[in-house]
Design a protein around this ligand. Structure first.
Ligand SMILES: Cc1cc2nc3c(=O)[nH]c(=O)nc-3n(C[C@H](O)[C@H](O)[C@H](O)COP(=O)(O)O)c2cc1C
Length: 198
């Protein structure tokens, strides 16, 4: 497990990615809420938001002698250093949002830094709460060797009253926070089991 300076070795480092780049993003709000939970109700997780917006669009011409552009290299190192991944995956046209697919593809280039990482997906959006993107992401994860928790699933319809988020995109719904907490607990338990520590 990746060690964290000054932290107990049992702390699990989680890299959290949002497929939506907009300021008031509900999916980004889910990550903020997960970080808040990890500082209170869920112990043993250190969740870091990893911004994917600096990544250039994938173009293998940008790879020179097996090296990557600095933003890509920095991103790949963050994934490599993480014990597990939390994806907040909005649904764009029934699938994974393009910024997230771009990030998935960059980190899949040799060596694939997603390999053997436990992961969880959460999503917020219309209709099915982003559900269709989750199943496409799971399919992509087969080739990337990501290992997703199966349960609990977390989809959140952000548009159905009462309001689930405030105007800044912060999650304000207590039931959703509890469900998010259960995802984090499941990811923690699965990561420990995956690492042979449970
Ligand atoms: C390009 C685009 C495509 C979208 N396609 C879908 C879709 O297929 N299904 C759906 O439920 N919502 C769709 N939406 C709505 C988003 O899921 C919704 O705006 C969601 O709040 C986006 O996540 P965010 O709040 O984190 O930005 C789409 C939005 C965009 C911008």
């Amino acid at each position: 497990m990746a060690a964290v300076a000054g932290e107990s070795s049992s702390v699990i480092k989680v890299a959290a990615l949002s497929g939506s780049l907009r300021k008031g993003s509900y999916n980004r709000g889910l990550i903020r809420s997960a970080i808040e939970l990890s500082k209170g109700r869920v112990e043993g997780l250190q969740i870091e938001y990893v911004d994917i917006s600096p990544l250039p669009l994938l173009n293998t011409d940008l790879e020179v002698n097996g090296t990557y552009p600095p933003e890509v290299e920095a991103f790949r190192q963050k994934i490599l250093a993480a014990d597990s991944i939390l994806f907040a995956s909005p649904e764009y046209n029934y699938s994974v949002a393009s910024p997230l697919k771009n990030a998935l593809d960059w980190a899949s280039r040799a060596p694939n830094v997603w390999a053997a990482k436990p992961a969880a997906i959460v999503s917020a959006g219309g209709g099915f709460g982003g559900g269709r993107s989750q199943y496409h992401l799971r399919q992509i994860g087969v080739f990337l060797d990501l290992h997703f928790i199966n349960k609990p699933e977390f989809f959140l319809n952000a548009f159905q009253p009462p309001a689930k988020f405030n105007n800044d995109g912060d999650l304000i719904d207590e039931d959703a926070k509890n469900r998010l907490k259960d995802v984090l607990l499941s990811l923690k338990e699965f990561t420990l089991r995956f690492q042979g520590k449970n």
